[in-house]
Ligand binder design. Structure first.
Ligand SMILES: Nc1ncnc2c1ncn2[C@@H]1O[C@H](COP(=O)(O)OP(=O)(O)O)[C@@H](O)[C@H]1O
Ligand SMILES: [Mg+2]
Length: 382
C-alpha cells in the first residue's frame, strides 16, 4: 500500500536538504530552522537516499548538480521506492546551470526553486508542498476509514443474511405443511393469510440469497479460462423457456462468443442479464432477445471510448425499457425502476453483475427506451 508518512504534529515539518556545497546547505538550514522546521542536511545523493529510507522526511529540497549521482537520478530513485515515493521533492537549481524543467517534473519532482534564493519564495513553496501533503494524508486517512467501514458493513450484511436463512427455512417449511395438511380445516381467510406469509417468505428467501451472492461475488477466487458465453446464454434461456413454454420468443444468440474470465462468475452475470431480458419482456406478444458481440472496428466513436478497443458484448431485448434519466443508480443494490406488482424481483441482480464485470476489469453500460427495449453492453479485460 502507498502510505503517506504521518506528519509529526509537534513540528512544522521535517525537511531534508541535499546539496554538495556546504555553504548552500547552511543558508537554507538557518532560514528554515528559524521558521520552526526540523531540518536535516546531507551532502550527496547517496546519503539522501539513505536518510530518506531510514527516516522519511516530510519534504526534500534537492540540488540538481551534484557529483556521482545528480538530483534527477536521486528523485527517480525516491519515486520508485514505495517507502519514499510520496515524499514531495523541490529541486534547487542555479540560474547558470542548465536546468531541464520538463525532466525535473518527469522524474517526479513537485516544484523547483532557482538559486540565488529569495527567502519568501522558498518559504512559500515549502509551505505549499507541506500543505498539499497534509491534505493528501487527510484524504488517505478518510479513504482508509471508508474502506474499513465498507468492509465491516459487508461482513455484517453477510452474517445477517446467513443467520436469517435458518429461521426462514422454518417459516417456509411450516407454512407449507399448514397449507397442505390443514387445508380442509382452515377457512378461506386463514388460507389466504397463510399464502401471503408463504409468498413473503419466498420473496425474503430471494433477497437473502441475492445478498449472499452479492458479497460472495466480491471475494470468490477467480479462475481465468476461456469461456463460451453463447453457451451460457443458451442454457440460461433453456431453463427459462422450460418454465414458461407458452411464451412466443425469437432468440438470436450469436454462436461461439468467447471471453477470458471466470466461468462461474460470468455464468452468474449472464444469468442475471437473461433473467432480466426474459422478465421485462413478459407482456410482449413476441419476445425478441439478441446476444452478440461488436468488434472494435465496428464500434461507433462513443463506444470506442468506453470499450478501449476491446470487443463489446451485448444483450438486447424488446421489453418495457425505462427512462434513461431515472436509471442513474441501476447498479446499486435495491434500485428498481418498475412496479413490484408487475415485475417481481429483488433489485440486487444488476449490482451482482456490476461487481462481476468490475472483477473482470471491464465496463458495463446500457441503452433503453420506454416500451421499445433495453440493451446492456459490457467488456471484459482479463
Ligand atoms: N432488461 C431490462 N429491461 C428493463 N428494465 C430492466 C432490465 N434489466 C434491469 N432493469 C431495471 O433495472 C432494475 C434492477 O435490475 P436488477 O438488479 O436485475 O433487479 P430485479 O430484481 O428488479 O430484476 C430492475 O428492477 C428494472 O427496473
Ligand atoms: Mg434482475
Amino acid at each position: 500500500m502507498n502510505t503517506i508518512n504521518t506528519f509529526n504534529e509537534n513540528s512544522q515539518g521535517d525537511i531534508l536538504i541535499v546539496d554538495d556545497i556546504p555553504e548552500n546547505l547552511q543558508l537554507l538550514f538557518t532560514m528554515l530552522s528559524e521558521q520552526g522546521y526540523d531540518v536535516r542536511r546531507v551532502l550527496s545523493g547517496k546519503q539522501a537516499l539513505q536518510a530518506a529510507q531510514y527516516d522519511p522526511p516530510d519534504l526534500i529540497l534537492l540540488d540538481i548538480k551534484m557529483p556521482e549521482m545528480d538530483g534527477y537520478e536521486v528523485c527517480q530513485k525516491l519515486k520508485s521506492t514505495p517507502e519514499t515515493q510520496n515524499i514531495p521533492v523541490i529541486f534547487l537549481s542555479a540560474l547558470n546551470d542548465t536546468f531541464d524543467k520538463v525532466k525535473a517534473f518527469e522524474v517526479g519532482g513537485n516544484d523547483y526553486i532557482t538559486k540565488p534564493f529569495q527567502l519568501p519564495e522558498v518559504l512559500i513553496r515549502v509551505k505549499n508542498q507541506l500543505e498539499l501533503l497534509k491534505a493528501k494524508q487527510a484524504l488517505q486517512e478518510k479513504n482508509n476509514e471508508l474502506k474499513a467501514l465498507n468492509q465491516e458493513l459487508e461482513s455484517f450484511s453477510y452474517s445477517v443474511a446467513h443467520d436469517l436463512k435458518n429461521p426462514l427455512t422454518n417459516i417456509l417449511g411450516f407454512t407449507d405443511i399448514l397449507k397442505n395438511k390443514y387445508e380442509k380445516i382452515l377457512d378461506q381467510k386463514a388460507l389466504h393469510f397463510l399464502n401471503i406469509i408463504h409468498n413473503s417468505g419466498l420473496q425474503m428467501k430471494d433477497i437473502i440469497e441475492d445478498l449472499l451472492r452479492l458479497s460472495q461475488v466480491k471475494y470468490l477466487e477467480m479462475n481465468i479460462e476461456d469461456v463460451n458465453l453463447s453457451e451460457l446464454v443458451e442454457n440460461s434461456f433453456k431453463g427459462l423457456q422450460n418454465n414458461q413454454n407458452e411464451r412466443l420468443i425469437a432468440l438470436n444468440i450469436n454462436s461461439n462468443i468467447r471471453a477470458k474470465g471466470d466461468h462461474n462468475l460470468l455464468k452468474i452475470a449472464l444469468e442475471n442479464f437473461c433473467h432480466n431480458a426474459w422478465k421485462y419482456t413478459k407482456y410482449k406478444d413476441i419476445t425478441q432477445i439478441e446476444f452478440g458481440l461488436i468488434p472494435p472496428e465496428q464500434q461507433p466513436q462513443i463506444f470506442l471510448e468506453k470499450s478501449e478497443n476491446l470487443p463489446i458484448y451485448f444483450i438486447k431485448d424488446n421489453g418495457v425499457g425505462f427512462e434513461m434519466e431515472e436509471a442513474k443508480n441501476l447498479f446499486i443494490p435495491f434500485n428498481r425502476l418498475h412496479d413490484k406488482n408487475q415485475f417481481e424481483g429483488t433489485g440486487i441482480g444488476l449490482s451482482i453483475v456490476f461487481r462481476i464485470i468490475e472483477r473482470h476489469h471491464g465496463k458495463i453500460w446500457y441503452d433503453s427506451k420506454v416500451n421499445q427495449g433495453t440493451t446492456f453492453y459490457f467488456t471484459i479485460n482479463c
